[in-house]
Ligand binder design. Sequence first.
Ligand code: URA
Length: 441
Amino acid sequence: MRMYDIIMRKRNGSVLSEEEIRFMIHEYVAGNIPDYQMSAMLMAIYFRGMSDEETSILTDAMAHSGEMVDLSAINGITIDKHSTGGVGDKTSLILAPIVAACGGKVAKMSGRGLGHTGGTIDKMEAIPGLQTSLPQDKFIEIVNKIGFSVIGQSGNLAPADKKLYALRDVTATVDSIPLIAASIMSKKLAAGNDCILLDVKTGSGAFMKTLEGSIELAKKMVAIGENAGKKTVALITDMDIPLGHAIGNALEIIEVVTTLHNQGPADLTKVSLELAANMLHIGGFGTPLECMTKATKAIEDGSAYLKLIEMVEAQGGDSSVIKDISRFAKAPFEKIVTAPKTGYINHMNTEQCGIASLVLGAGRETKESTIDYSAGIILKNKVGDYVKAGDELAVLYTSKEETLKEAEKILLYDTVIDETPVKQNPLIFARVDKEKVDKFI
Ligand code: URA
């Protein structure tokens, strides 16, 4: 079999065989197919697409390119959740303790920030001492004891995706539905959970900018998960506005804690509860209504907050910062960004909010960059709010004073304030399972 022939077949619009797809992934990971040939293949897939069957085979081949995690030592059904990436999206650290408090098991492997989007592992490392890399037996022990643990992906989880993702990033082939679906689901299948809830973000801060594209991606991923024998459901949620008020690692952990104290922003609380209730439902904990009641109670009675403390301590973190959020290190420099005119905030570019936070030091400019955990943004007003000229729009935090001006410019770029009141998007646009798509707009 020759890679040249496989590229030509895909270029001409043929459906690739299982043998061809498995050969291509195996030989690429082994270093026998050069990047220039794989780049040509990625571009052919970008334009020609892949059938559901091709995408499922590609996902399986990528998942099996490395370690397949065995979670069978966990007592109970394990329920995973994956977000396609957003700005201010700290839901994992809210919903995992909720699900654990309701009796579910969450053995979660999370990623770091990618581009303008934040990552759960970076946020967790804002908690002093917290270990995000644990041996497998310790990870399983914590899940069995507490109900949840969150660690970074092991180096050998779907190595084909690591190589392919880096190549897609530099060949303009990231935003291809079959390639995104295979990338995400290969890691989910390798992570070994029984059930998967996907949070597919849509809007200006998401990789998928349109609702139609997000639904198509969700349908593909749900089909892949179900074909692999995992109960899989997707919610399509809004990422046209950052979630909550905080963007940046320590600032987001503080917002996680206030939300678990039932004093968080309404949008973040609602999305976290919907995700948690859906996780409990697919894990067999009751009807959707019963699961929502359980999840809400876990916030109201403080049991989810106590689970967060238990996890932080079990993973070696200093829980005193969670018990007293004023103990988080403060950024030495801050700047208030004010509204340039009076009116309704009609638009904020969420991707630009993520980039402004990155410039302040909350994300990585290069692979080698170190993170400033205290850096980030608190949004004082968001899309839909009425502001007077000079009112606070946001406060910027950083350890590098020289970044404040640029971050302010980025944040205000594309922020539109005018006289027209704004019709708010629903927070949850749709729910996709193997049988149907329920739209809520
Ligand atoms: N997240 C991933 O893991 N892969 C993609 O292709 C896009 C988002």
